[in-house]
Design a binder for this molecule. Structure first.
Ligand SMILES: [Fe+2]
Ligand SMILES: [Fe+2]
Length: 129
């Protein structure tokens, strides 16, 4: 069940990274600007489902940094809420989409990597006990 949790999250991270790539591509191409909104919506939905799964996983393994990690998730979701509530001027799309994408990838690379490391540490103890 634990390993399945990590594999499932890796697959979700991969799917998220693909949509981030699409977002940054459509945001940097003036002729594809109409795709920004649906791509952001899709990314928002994927992240929302992913964060629920990841937070359930953190609770299941009693992850020590769960509170801070959840706060980071909320902060990422706020970037979307801000974008949808205050649609940016066309000139700002590229910068903002890059910021959203980079923030998500940075979270996966840093915070989620810590979670994986911590899980691997727990697994080692379970195996050798
Ligand atoms: Fe996370
Ligand atoms: Fe994650």
């Amino acid at each position: 069940m634990y390993v399945l949790g990590i594999l499932e999250m890796d697959a979700q991270h991969e799917a998220i990274a693909k949509v981030v790539e699409t977002l940054q591509e459509v945001a940097s191409n003036a002729s594809q600007r109409m795709q920004i909104h649906p791509t952001l919506k899709r990314l928002n939905e994927l992240l929302s489902a992913h964060f629920s799964a990841e937070e359930a996983f953190m609770a299941m393994i009693s992850y020590s940094d769960i509170d801070q990690h959840k706060k980071n998730h909320r902060a990422l979701m706020k970037l979307f809420a801000h974008y949808f509530d205050h649609p940016p001027a066309p000139a700002e799309h590229e910068y903002l989409c890059k910021h959203i994408g980079d923030s998500i990838l940075g979270h996966v690379k840093n915070e989620d990597a810590k979670l994986t490391e911590s899980f691997q540490e727990i697994s080692r103890h379970l195996v050798y006990q």
